[in-house]
Structure formats: structure tokens, C-alpha cells
Design a protein around this ligand. Structure first.
Ligand SMILES: CCCCCCCCCCCCCCCC(=O)OC/C=C(C)/C=C/C=C(C)/C=C/C1=C(C)CCCC1(C)C
Ligand SMILES: [Fe+2]
Length: 532
């Protein structure tokens, strides 16, 4: 796993460049053999347009959302992509300028407007972006492309047409939700978002969207808040990118990266302000873990789990065993916000500069935390974790807090195991063995990794001058073993005869089964889903 590779040719710059959408799907050239049972579509999203009207978009999460699809059928593959026709995109195209402020790029007023109407444009109410570049997932029978705001976009998974913009605020009390919902075995979707209540009181609301309705009505209209968790600071909710869910609990990690609401509400109208300007680090709080029971839904306020400071974007999995909650996370050490290192100017630097910047950034580590579910006062001062297979500890202090120390599952200097995936339909919320991830080398994605979370053994797929994306696990029909299936990843190989391919790996040994090559660069994608 820690086979460190150098990228002096800086071919990775290609995955951060603008491309055009396609007018129709293009056939791929297959090398190897695609399993005959693999029939479906890999849908993914990411940024695809990195400048508008000559203005470069500044942050990695600002590019306009491009949706990609690899269709697999009877061993044949086609590739297709379309921009999501969000308001942010359509208005930018119409006016040839950044009209909606993106994560790290501010919109500027229309230069054609006179000074008075411009003044009112600066101070008009917050116009929140609907640039859905982070993930695409099913809700009931439909598919939605999402970012982390209140706007999600219904898309047609076959034609990639944009169907409609949905404002979640119309149905539930949230200001936005994460791009990483959980789906129950019955198809219900759970998610978490900040909610700024009356008097600026703050909470995290967990919402439930029921499974597809028998009467074919839209399940989103039946969304509800099922449990509310308080924020550690009144005006500063933590940034939440994902959460954990087991059969009986929700696990929410409150990280020291905070959204300063006063900054958000006051500075927003001021020229040049972006979402990135509203984040700050709390250097004192460390990291807080919260548990909520699912049924009956209630916040477990007596449990005060604390640990040292880390950034958290992706939960890998969580499960309950013998009175403990095991929580596996992709962490970044410290309170300094990792997104501060993800400006386009950073990731498009020459290799030596990319490495220097990553040296200064928080360092990645895959960690296991174990939370006792049944606490007794008399057990103060000693390690409460009695699961035989982990070195993670939890110590109850006299003030009622439980201090958590993790077990490290994987660590390599500036080598992250990120964008984790598991055999979700089988292992979500259950004890499991395998996680799959994208290996980031100084933030540059250059390998696919399989991690045995029980033995810490790793397997790697890596090829010279290749830049893969998050590996999506697809189980073999009727599989007995947890890792019986394939991993699908979009790989970019700049300079090759065909510059991108869909990689099909045998998930057991991480060996290549096939690749479906296309003669076009595919910009980086963040997340996606396999639709059988
Ligand atoms: C695959 C290539 C990888 C390239 C390098 C990546 C390195 C990454 C290392 C860290 C892990 C990365 C996690 C990825 C996270 C991600 O996908 O982030 C995208 C997130 C976005 C676009 C978030 C947008 C959030 C917005 C606009 C939030 C808005 C709000 C506030 C800030 C406060 C008020 C509420 C509101 C409006 C929701
Ligand atoms: Fe994510």
C-alpha cells in the first residue's frame, strides 16, 4: 500500500480541466473480459467546467456539475456525459459569468447593471447554489444529483437529462443535507443537515425519506425530521459530510471545523465572500461523538464521547457488537480544515509544489473508534472497551465524559485511504471485513486500495500515469463471500492512445478483469452509484 509513486510529469492536471459534454454515448474498446452478469450503469458526478466567461473557478468543489455514465451490457460498454442544467449552470451559460457563488468562488454582479441596481444585488438575500457536483443516488424510483445545500436535482439516469430542481426546505426543517445519505434495506433514505432554528438556535436534524410509495407519489413530499441533535456551539455548527447508521443507532461526529453562522449571515452579501470564508477551526473542542437511537428516535444526551481533534469527511462503516459501537472513519489529524488545501491553484501545481503543500496539511489516517453503549459511574478511570480484537480505548472521566483513543487501521505519510466504499447492501451497519478506497498521494488520486479492517492487510491496484476515482463495489449475484464482486473505477491516463477507461477489478484480489477505453479525458469525479 505504501508504494509511493512520484508524478513529475504532473499528468494529474488533466483531471482538473474543462471538457465538453457529449451529444451521444460513445462505444468503448474492451480489453479483457467483463463478467457477463455485470449489466447496468455506473453513474458519477464531479466538476467538468472549471472557468466561466474567462473567470477561473477557484476551488476544487466549484466546477459546474458534469454527470457521467458508463453503460455495461452483454460485455459491451458505452460512455456518455452531460452537464447538469442547474440554475447555476444555465444562468452562467446565459450571462457568460459566475452568477451564483460557489463553494470557493464568489459571483460578481452583472457589469451591465447600473451602480444602483448593482448595490442591491450585493445585498439581496442569499442565493444558494444548486451546483450538484458531489454525488448521485436513488430516492424511491428516482435519481438525484446532489451537493450539500437544500437543492437537489432530479435527473434521468438513462438520458442524463436534468428533470427538476427540488428545494428540501419545502418539506423538512434543514438548511442543507449531506451528499452521503444512508439507505435502509426497505429503501428508506436517511440523511443529516444543519438547522438554524428560532433565535439562531442550532441543531443537526436527521431526516427520513420513506421508501417508494405504493401510490407512486413522490416520497420526498413525505420527508420528516426524526431526531434532533444539539450543536456543541450555539452559533457554530460543525461541518458534517457524512454520518454512521446501524440497525439501532445513528452516529454523528462533530468535528472542530465549524461554520460561523454570523459570518455566513452577515458577510454573505459582501462582495467576494464565499462559503469557504464562513468556516473556522475550533482549537479547543477536540472532536465530539454523538449517538442517537433510531427506534424510538431519541438523542442519547447522557453520553459525552470526546477525542482529539480531527477532520472527518467519510465514515467507512459502523456496527454494534456486544454492547459497543464500532466506528471506522477516514480521518485527517488536527483542526486545520483540509478544504483549505484544495484550491485549484494547489492541485494544479507542479508535483514538487503539490508535495510541499500536502506536507503542511492535516495528515490522513484510517481509524477505528469504539464507544461503550452501556456506561456505569463506578467504572471511572479504566478502559471500558472489552472487545478482544481492538486496541481502541474508551475511558470514563469523573466529569462524565468518555475519552476515546482510536485503533489505527491504516496510516501512511501523506498517503490517504479516502472515498471509502464497502459491500453496502450486505454490510451497512454490520460487522464487516473489507473496505475499498481511493489512494490519495499528497491529495493526488493514484491507486485503488482494498483494506481488511480486521487484519489491516492491504491490496493495491496501481498503474503508471493513471489517475483513478472512487471504486464502487458491485456484488456478484448470489455471492457467498463479502468481497465476491467487482470494483468499478473511472481511470484517466493522459497521453495514452485512449485517455480514459472504466476499470473493472476483481474485488477479491484487486486484479484487473477488463478495461473499457474511450478516447477522451474524463475529469475527476467525486461520488456515484451503480444502477443495476
Ligand atoms: C477524486 C479526486 C480527488 C481529488 C483530491 C481530493 C482530496 C480530498 C481529500 C479529502 C477528502 C475529500 C472529501 C470530499 C468532499 C467533497 O466531496 O466535498 C464537496 C463538498 C461540497 C461541494 C460542499 C458544498 C457545501 C455547501 C455549498 C454548503 C453550504 C452551506 C454552508 C456552508 C452554511 C450554511 C448552509 C449551507 C448553505 C448549506
Ligand atoms: Fe464525500
Amino acid at each position: 500500500m505504501v508504494s509511493r509513486v512520484e508524478h513529475p510529469a504532473a499528468g494529474y492536471k488533466k483531471i482538473f480541466e474543462t471538457v465538453e459534454e457529449l451529444s451521444e454515448p460513445i462505444p468503448a474498446k474492451i480489453i479483457g473480459v467483463i463478467p457477463s452478469w455485470l449489466s447496468g450503469s455506473l453513474l458519477r458526478v464531479g466538476p467538468g467546467l472549471f472557468e466561466i466567461g474567462g473567470q477561473p473557478l477557484r476551488h476544487l468543489f466549484d466546477g459546474q456539475a458534469l454527470m457521467h455514465k458508463f453503460d455495461l451490457k452483454r460485455g459491451q460498454v458505452t460512455y456518455y456525459r452531460r452537464f447538469i442544467k442547474s440554475d447555476a449552470y444555465v444562468r452562467a451559460m446565459t450571462e457568460n459569468r459566475v452568477v451564483m457563488t460557489e463553494f470557493g468562488t464568489a459571483a460578481y454582479p452583472d457589469p451591465c447593471k447600473n451602480i444602483f441596481s448593482r448595490f442591491f444585488t450585493y445585498f439581496k438575500s442569499i442565493e444558494v447554489t444548486d451546483n450538484c457536483l458531489v454525488n448521485v443516488y436513488p430516492v424511491g424510483e428516482d435519481f438525484y444529483a446532489v451537493t450539500e445545500t437544500n437543492y437537489i436535482t432530479k435527473v434521468d439516469p438513462d438520458s442524463l437529462e436534468t428533470l427538476k430542481k427540488v428545494d428540501l426546505c419545502k418539506y423538512v426543517s434543514v438548511n442543507g443535507v449531506t451528499a452521503h445519505p444512508h439507505t435502509d434495506s426497505d429503501g428508506a433514505v436517511y440523511n443529516i443537515g444543519n438547522c438554524f432554528g428560532k433565535n439562531l438556535s442550532l441543531a443537526y436534524n436527521i431526516i427520513k425519506i420513506p421508501a417508494a410509495m405504493k401510490d407512486k407519489s413522490d416520497p420526498i413530499e413525505k420527508s420528516e425530521v426524526i431526531v434532533q441533535l444539539p450543536s456543541s456551539e450555539r452559533l457554530k455548527p460543525s461541518y458534517v459530510h457524512s454520518f454512521g447508521m446501524t440497525d439501532n443507532y445513528f452516529v454523528v461526529v462533530e468535528q472542530p471545523v465549524k461554520i460561523n453562522l454570523l459570518k455566513f449571515l452577515s458577510a454573505w452579501g459582501v462582495r467576494g465572500t464565499t462559503y469557504m470564508d464562513c468556516f473556522e477551526s475550533n482549537e479547543r473542542m477536540g472532536t465530539w461523538f454523538h449517538l442517537a437511537q433510531r427506534d424510538p428516535a431519541s438523542y442519547l444526551s447522557n453520553y459525552k464521547f470526546r477525542s482529539s481533534a480531527f477532520n472527518l469527511f467519510h465514515h467507512i462503516n459502523a456496527y454494534e457488537e456486544d454492547g459497543f459501537m464500532v466506528v471506522d472513519l477516514c480521518t485527517w489529524k488536527g483542526h486545520d480544515f483540509v478544504y483549505n488545501y484544495l484550491y485549484m491553484a494547489n492541485v494544479k501545481e507542479e508535483w514538487e509544489e503539490v508535495k510541499k503543500a500536502a506536507m503542511r496539511a492535516p495528515q490522513p489516517e484510517v481509524r477505528r473508534y469504539v464507544l461503550p453503549l452501556d456506561l456505569h459511574k463506578e467504572e471511572q478511570g479504566k478502559n471500558l472497551v472489552s472487545l478482544p480484537y481492538t486496541t481502541a480505548t474508551a475511558v470514563l472521566h469523573s466529569d462524565g465524559t468518555v475519552w476515546l483513543e482510536p485503533e489505527v487501521l491504516f496510516s501512511g505519510p501523506r498517503q490517504a485511504f479516502e472515498f471509502p466504499q464497502i459491500n453496502y447492501s450486505r454490510c451497512r451497519g454490520k460487522k464487516y471485513t473489507f473496505a475499498y478506497g481511493l489512494g490519495l498521494n499528497h491529495f493526488i488520486p493514484d491507486r485503488i486500495v482494498k483494506l481488511n479492517v480486521q487484519t489491516k492487510e492491504t491490496w493495491v491496484w496501481q498503474e503508471e500515469e493513471c489517475y483513478p476515482s472512487e471504486p464502487v463495489f458491485v456484488p456478484t449475484p448470489g455471492a457467498i463471500q463479502e468481497d465476491d464482486g467487482v470494483l468499478l473505477s473511472i481511470v484517466v491516463k493522459p497521453g495514452a492512445r485512449k485517455q480514459s477507461f472504466l476499470l473493472v477489478l476483481d474485488a477479491r484480489r484487486l486484479r484487473e478483469l477488463a478495461r473499457a477505453e474511450v478516447d477522451t479525458i474524463i475529469p475527476m469525479t467525486l461520488h456515484g452509484v451503480y444502477k443495476p
